[in-house]
Design a protein around this ligand. Structure first.
Ligand code: URA
Length: 201
């Protein structure tokens, strides 16, 4: 069965109504998991706990950040590939793709029915006006910078393609660390500290 947007659980962003004064950080993941979809808030499950611990260690107050996802829908099996397709697959499934945002990987484009998610992310970011955005993993790195390859891009400071003058620091998704790459936790923390350092001055 091909689930469309209407069939999927949904967790909206929570842009603080009254954003804190001073330079702000946004943190963007890929899509809600089951717990996030249930509670309607991003990063409240196991990944969220790891994120919170490392934010605290980097001296970042979560309450001062906007935390969101590229996609507000929970994909079946938590597989973000649900939102993308090659031309061939899209044709086979009778779905339209939107090439406006460029390819995700080598040949996958966001399906037209989900491409508004990136516009919505841009609107949320515009409202929050961060100075720096932490991209948690490959999907937000692609959405925010148009570039692919988290292993090469993590730990860099890149321009955000959705908002002029805003920086993006890609790092690992916490679920990658939880899936067994515990040795990457110090790198994750170092990337968060790099992002935090961009708020100074
Ligand atoms: N993983 C994400 O990418 N986002 C969440 O909100 C939770 C888990």
């Amino acid at each position: 069965m091909t689930e469309t947007a209407a069939d999927l659980p949904f967790a909206d962003y929570n842009v603080p109504a009254d954003p804190p004064a001073g330079p702000r950080m946004a943190i963007i993941g890929e899509a809600p998991g089951a717990e996030e979809a249930k509670q309607g808030r991003p990063f409240v499950g196991r990944s969220g706990k790891l994120l919170d611990e490392n934010l605290a260690a980097a001296g970042v107050e979560r309450a001062r950040c906007f935390i969101g996802n590229v996609f507000r829908y929970q994909p079946p099996g938590n597989k973000v590939g649900h939102f993308f397709a090659s031309r061939t697959r899209a044709r086979k499934e009778g779905r339209a793709i939107d090439e406006r945002w460029g390819a995700f990987g080598t040949s996958d484009w966001v399906l037209a029915e989900f491409s508004g998610e990136i516009d919505s992310l841009r609107n949320a970011l515009r409202e929050f006006a961060p100075r720096v955005i932490v991209a948690l993993g490959r999907t937000p790195t692609w959405a925010l910078t148009g570039q692919n390859g988290i292993m090469q891009l993590r730990g860099q400071v890149l321009p955000c393609r959705l908002l002029d003058g805003v920086e993006v620091v890609p790092t690992f998704h916490p679920s990658y660390i939880l899936r067994g790459q515990l040795t990457e936790q110090p790198t994750f923390l170092a990337d968060l500290k790099l992002a935090a350092s961009r708020l100074a001055g």
